[in-house]
Design a protein around this ligand. Structure first.
Ligand SMILES: *[C@@H]1O[C@H](CO)[C@@H](O)[C@H](O)[C@H]1NC(C)=O
Ligand SMILES: *[C@@H]1O[C@H](CO)[C@@H](O)[C@H](O)[C@H]1NC(C)=O
Ligand SMILES: *[C@@H]1O[C@H](CO)[C@@H](O)[C@H](O)[C@H]1NC(C)=O
Ligand SMILES: *[C@@H]1O[C@H](CO)[C@@H](O)[C@H](O)[C@H]1NC(C)=O
Length: 420
């Protein structure tokens, strides 16, 4: 019997040695028939998230486990009641307040000898050395069958190291097409069962005044969605998803909206001919910015092309000399990766007479002269009217003047004298 136990013990120790260096570093430590198996010597975790301490144990024969108790204390001393962070007996009130409700067993059935725990809502101060104690009893045969309470504290301890949060939320962007309602999804890092993080969205446009995304935000456990209608104006907007965990831990991810827009030739495109000089303007909208082609230019060698671009429109002007404009048809072709659009531009022929010359100036001269004459006439009328009033003030004017006379300045006094 004893031989078998020792053989089993040796085997497990060998097993642990053989496993050293593997990704899962299993460590078994036994004492008086009580063994603890730890799967990682030092477990690293990030603030705001959770950590699992994988653990299992064996007890000496005859021992029945009733409770598991976890402690956290300095590695150089044995943990005591004041270091308690978890007790399978929910009525135990000695659990440190900062761990209350944050620690739970992965396997709630104590008889499974599975001591793995998960600690949620981690903070950097949760770093340290943890220790397990099992509490139970053993039947003693002293005449009658008695339950003798017993406890065992395992000296081998798992260590947890909590670092600042580096994981970022995941933002999923489907392809954004103008006019097609879309939903961005932001998922918080770490699928932990602790408190739900708070997820907020914010966005900043390419212009000084921020573009406003009007959409709906819905949150569900560890993710949040933002639904909106993509527009050309939203192209290039940075959208940030911020995840805030309990304990002031935050993390965020920014994505740049990339709206796709089929090319379109705008109505204000067109051509003009003047003294055999043909000028055509093609204004096209599209994302990515479209390229503009002029099939007409294949037959010409001398021309100039000027292209200006703004956020999502291209303005292309071509100038060339045409001898015979009657059979000139001008088409503009605009294309980007989503497609191509062609439009025949209307040609507006401008007469040479339209150039501003003496004929064009004459009406202005007439208009100006007429205005001057009118103004002079009005001035004369007003002047005449005033003179008439001063010569014959009516009864009311005279009363007003005499009432105010004493309070007024000498100048007014003179002017105000009733002219009898
Ligand atoms: C402990 O229980 C958890 C949850 O049931 C399980 O995932 C884990 O593998 C168990 N550990 C051992 C060592 O059995
Ligand atoms: C958007 O973010 C990128 C980098 O992520 C940055 O280069 C760009 O300037 C930002 N744009 C705005 C409008 O803030
Ligand atoms: C937002 O939600 C309201 C009401 O649920 C709905 O009427 C509206 O169409 C939604 N808007 C978007 C952009 O999804
Ligand atoms: C935007 O999308 C277009 C087409 O899908 C792609 O060519 C371009 O590189 C993207 N730009 C950015 C900034 O992601």
């Amino acid at each position: 019997m004893f031989f078998l136990l020792w053989a089993a013990l040796l085997f497990s120790v060998r097993g642990s040695n053989a496993d050293t260096g593997a990704s899962v570093e299993r460590q078994t430590q036994c004492y008086h028939g009580f063994c603890i198996i730890l799967y990682e010597a030092e477990i690293t975790a990030e603030a705001g998230l959770c950590v699992v301490i994988p653990c299992s144990f064996r007890t000496s024969s005859g021992f029945t486990t009733e409770h598991m108790v976890w402690y956290k204390c300095e590695p150089d001393r044995r943990c005591g009641d004041s270091d308690m962070i978890f007790h399978t007996n929910k009525n135990n009130k000695k659990v440190q307040s900062q761990f209350e409700g944050r620690v739970s067993l992965l396997q709630s059935d104590v008889s499974q000898n599975n001591c793995s725990i998960i600690i949620n809502d981690l903070t950097v101060s949760d770093s340290g050395s943890y220790q397990l104690r099992v509490k139970g009893f053993r039947y003693m045969w002293s005449g009658s069958r008695n339950k003798a309470p017993e406890g065992f504290t395992f000296s081998s301890r798992p260590t947890v190291s909590v670092k600042d949060l580096t994981q970022k939320p995941t933002v999923m962007i489907p392809p954004l097409t103008k006019g097609q309602q879309t939903t961005l999804t932001c998922t918080a890092p770490g699928l932990c069962s602790g408190s739900d993080p708070t997820i907020t969205w914010r966005w900043k446009g390419t212009e000084a005044n921020d573009t406003h995304i009007t959409g709906n935000i819905t949150a569900e456990n560890h993710s949040s969605t933002l639904t909106f209608n993509p527009s050309a104006e939203l192209h290039g907007t940075n959208v940030t998803c911020k995840v805030s965990f309990t304990g002031d831990t935050t993390t965020e991810e920014t994505v740049t909206l990339n709206v796709s827009l089929f090319p379109r030739i705008l109505k204000n495109s067109g051509c003009r001919v003047q003294s055999e000089v043909l000028t055509c303007v093609c204004i096209s909208e599209g994302l990515p910015l479209p390229t503009i082609k002029w099939p007409l230019l294949k037959h010409h060698t001398e021309y100039s092309v000027i292209t200006t671009v703004s956020k999502h429109t291209v303005n292309c002007t071509v100038t060339l000399t045409v001898k015979d404009r009657s059979n000139t048809a001008v088409a503009c072709v605009s294309s980007n990766k989503y497609g191509e659009v062609k439009r025949n531009l209307t040609i507006q022929v401008e007469q040479e007479a339209d150039q501003p010359g003496p004929g064009a100036v004459l009406p202005w001269v007439v208009a100006a002269l007429s205005l001057i004459v009118n103004v002079i006439f009005i001035i004369c009328l007003v002047f005449l009217w005033n003179t008439r009033k001063k010569v014959k003030p009516n009864q009311e004017d005279r009363t007003y003047m005499s009432l105010r006379k004493k309070d007024l300045s000498p100048e007014y006094d003179v002017i105000g004298q009733p002219l009898n």
